[in-house]
Design a protein around this ligand. Sequence first.
Ligand SMILES: [Zn+2]
Length: 335
Amino acid sequence: MKMAKQATKLATRQTTLSAAVSLSGIGVHSGLPATLTLHPAPADSGIVFVRTGRGSEPDREIVADVRAVTATDFATVLGDAKGPLCSTAEHVLAALRGLAVDNAVVEIDGPEAPIMDGSAAPFVDAIDRAGIRTLPAPRRYIEVLKPVRVDGRNGAFGELRPFAGGFRVETEISFSEPLIGRQSFAGEITPESFRREIARARTFGFMRDVARLWSAGYALGASFENTLVISDNQVLNPDGVRCPDEFVRHKALDAVGDLALAGAPLIGLYRSARGGHKLNHAVLSALMADPTAWRITEPQAAARRPRRRPELSTAAAGAGLAGGLAVPAFGPDVS
Ligand SMILES: [Zn+2]
């Protein structure tokens, strides 16, 4: 794979966490408790999951990569040939990718990441507590060079397309319940926009599916604490939604997490309609399977004027920002 070089405003150096930080909770599907600890990691190591707490069995390690996906039914499950390792990895992955953390070890002592409140916000808060550190190593991006599309049933599709200068998500959902109806989200994903527009959107589900999910072993840990529950065109959670289009924003959150399994930040546009984990994974797999559809790009610092306030050029590129310093966590549209 040839390395392309381009001059852009994109952040040019890798990041990791400044310190370790932990969260504890239960898995939304398994209902099992788990503690997840995010650790700093060296440059070029990417996001690596380490499953501990396996009794006499040794810890298992797996690089968060599109090839490590073992299931996509109702959640994205990472594993290897020996079986699943960590279920519901997508929200912590979304937080890491959304805040532009390139390298981290995700240690988890149970079979499923804790669902917390059903959004990525608790993981964002944890990353903010730890802080983000810029590393000397250059950041490499995966640049989409030509459209790759996967069609599903009932008009569902997902595609990655070239998009200069960053990572953009456009997603649309359509449900018969007027409460949701047709919703769309479109925006470039930067640490600021991820925090403001996406991170707090929670998992949602329909009461009508609960019996089927439970009998299949899913949603055993779901509750009003971690899932927006919809029945008869109403949200049953006492506090309601965080914003009217929380549903489609959560779809965007899931897409950011699932596409983090590219293993590097994307330069491209991801579009989906009626999508989900399966489609997100299928599109990313299709991209990776076609070596003419992407290339590794290493942006050159756009401003070769380092003596003139270089700290501002870093901030503008949205990387290396210590948590909590950049912007208010959430804008008024997601309150
Ligand atoms: Zn989700």
